[in-house]
Design a protein around this ligand. Structure first.
Ligand SMILES: [Mg+2]
Length: 339
């Protein structure tokens, strides 16, 4: 029998869910247990980001295991901290939860949260719980630090810079289309069990994304400081346009340089979608998109870890995709349409 939340009061529930919280950072002076957390970032600048996830808008519990959801909710915030070239140190987690959730369900959610904290070495230092009338909502705030001269904003791209992106694009979007389709088929006929074995890559990219801490570390170890950076949460086009608008520049990117996993390409064809459209507008990739001075081109090519997808041009030239058959198309921000 699942344990009803009412068995714990609000405070009992927080205590229960956070009882095994561990700290990894010296900067956490006081975590959960007082009116406020106390942090000591010792002269570094503090980077703060927050994110709100609502059931039915941002996630669907029919195909999202709660442990994965907890993990992902943390990761999407850490991704924003890394996109500033900063190091995440602490998070707070607030949840609104209705009576249809059991204590065990929330334990699974927090299991995912704790797993992400351990993997990324961030400390859970506070939060709140409240009852909600309908769905589950999760709000996470992440706090990071950086030396002021290392912080990378969106507005530093210069004409002549190279545009790079980590990993591959469009897989999470295709994974979402797949799960939505399977859900529809299941609702029409519950006897059909979805077969997702063959599609672990795209489904994993949606349900269990990682933040690119490794990319930040790699750039730092080669003393490469991007001129501008953003994480790809709403789709490459939209993020590139943010960088270009804020840096007052244009860009030229090449369709044949866009990194895509073969599974993403195959599935896009199956769903009658153009793979390039998935790569440009898909969203939820949580890769890093950044611009670097052309002086680093040799080392970037040698590293072979990122895709060099284009370059920064003057604002008057606009933001352009050069297609495989060499035709220019203006980039448009379709953003991320939640299913
Ligand atoms: Mg972001």
């Amino acid at each position: 029998m699942p344990t009803p939340i009412s068995q714990y009061g609000e405070f009992g529930l927080i205590d229960h869910l956070t009882q095994n919280t561990q700290h990894y950072q010296h900067s956490t002076i006081k975590g959960i247990g007082d009116d406020c957390a106390v942090l000591n970032h010792e002269g570094k600048q503090t980077i703060v980001t927050t994110d709100l996830l609502l059931e039915g808008i941002h996630f669907d519990l029919m195909y999202t295991p709660l442990k994965h959801l907890g993990y992902k909710a943390v990761v999407v915030n850490l991704s924003d901290i890394y996109a500033m070239n900063a190091t995440p140190q602490q998070i707070t987690v607030s949840i609104g939860v209705s009576a249809r959730f059991s204590v065990e369900a929330l334990e699974a959610l927090y299991d995912g949260i704790h797993t992400a904290c351990k993997y990324y070495q961030v400390d859970l230092v506070g939060g709140d719980t409240s009852s909600s009338l309908t769905g589950l909502c999760i709000s996470i705030t992440a706090i990071g630090t950086a030396d002021s001269q290392h912080i990378v904003y969106r507005n530093g791209a210069k004409v002549g810079d190279i545009v790079c992106v980590s990993g591959d694009l469009g897989a999470a979007f295709v994974g979402l289309q797949l799960l939505e389709r399977e859900k529809k088929m299941y609702l029409e006929n519950p006897n059909i069990q979805p077969d997702l074995e063959q599609q672990q890559y795209v489904v994993g990219r949606l349900l269990k994304p990682e933040a690119r801490r490794d990319i930040i570390a790699l750039l730092q170890s080669h003393q490469i400081q991007p001129t501008a950076m953003i994480d790809v949460s709403d789709g490459l086009s939209s993020e590139l346009l943010h960088i270009c608008r804020q840096s007052k520049v244009g860009c030229r990117i090449y369709e044949n340089q866009l990194p895509m996993h073969p599974d993403t390409q195959q599935l896009s064809f199956r769903f009658n979608m153009v793979p390039t459209t998935c790569a440009l507008n898909g969203g939820e990739d949580y890769e890093l998109l950044f611009t670097v001075s052309p002086q680093h081109i040799d080392i970037l090519e040698e590293l072979d870890t990122f895709s060099i997808i284009g370059d920064i041009v003057a604002a008057e030239e606009g933001c352009i995709l050069i297609s495989e058959n060499n035709k220019p198309y203006p980039l448009v921000a379709q953003g991320w349409q939640h299913a």
